[in-house]
Design a protein around this ligand. Structure first.
Ligand SMILES: *Cc1c(COP(=O)(O)O)cnc(C)c1O
Length: 240
């Protein structure tokens, strides 16, 4: 077994234990493997471990990997019962929206209407709608992208109306917390915004994705209600 396959099993065990401790069904938490800075070979190893959903921060690097994996799958694509699913989780500038719309399945880092509009306009007709999460700057970090909490409702309503996007939920990256309780409390703020929006009636259909938690804080995120944890270093190792 490769290290990556073993690491994946360890992360799945962490998720299962966290779900057990929180009284939640593990089927309600998806694992996104964040493969940024690692090559296509690392993605292939994770695929051997059964992983299909991958997250990338840097557009050019992600697209290169997506194309490499498509070429590698070649004849093997038919054997993949579940196809690969690529999530853009890093900042998207206007001049990169076309690349993102043409290659990724999800974008979790939308925080401006202009970007959402471009993604919708540029999503190729032969592809299904692009799956979208809005990024919330839940703790107000000055140098962080993401909507301020009070800005979320207006953008949610606009994004939900764009024809080639499907609004799935919210994503946040809070600052490291002092302890488990603090981490839970921070994640719970995003969960509260999510619930409030789902109950507000502004959305044609409820959001189903709360993308919270990384290597360091996935237990707290699951405790607070995360439905998708984004894990990089615990799977692929430390980044330079
Ligand atoms: C890098 C990154 C992750 C993964 O971080 P780890 O600490 O390596 O698990 C998750 N989400 C986002 C948005 C990231 O940029």
């Amino acid at each position: 077994m490769t290290t990556i396959v073993r690491n994946l099993e360890l992360v799945r065990d962490r998720i299962a234990t966290a779900c057990f401790n929180a009284g939640r069904d593990p089927a309600g938490v998806r694992l996104l493997a964040v493969s940024k800075t690692f090559g296509a070979d690392a993605v292939i190893q994770a695929m051997h471990g059964g992983q299909r959903a991958f997250g990338e921060n840097y557009i050019a690097e992600g697209v290169e990997k997506i194309l490499a994996l498509r070429a590698w799958q070649g004849g093997q694509a038919a054997q993949l019962q579940t196809p690969l699913e690529w999530h853009c989780i890093g900042p998207v500038q206007s001049n990169k929206t076309r690349l993102v719309a043409e290659h990724f399945d999800w974008v979790q880092s939308v925080d401006r209407l202009k970007i959402a509009q471009r993604l919708s306009e540029q999503r190729p007709v032969h592809l299904p709608p692009l799956q979208i999460c809005l990024q919330v700057n839940v703790d107000g970090g000055a140098n962080k992208s993401g909507l301020q909490p009070h800005e979320v409702q207006a953008l949610v309503a606009e994004v939900a109306g764009l024809p080639r996007l499907r609004l799935r939920g919210l994503m946040a990256i809070p600052e490291p917390a002092a302890d488990f309780a603090d981490a839970c409390a921070l994640h719970a703020r995003t969960k509260a915004i999510f619930e409030q929006l789902n109950q507000s009636g502004v959305l044609p259909e409820p959001m189903d994705t709360l993308s919270l938690g990384m290597t360091a804080d996935l237990e707290a995120a699951i405790h607070a209600g995360s439905t998708m944890v984004r894990v990089g270093s615990a799977i692929f190792g430390g980044r330079a």
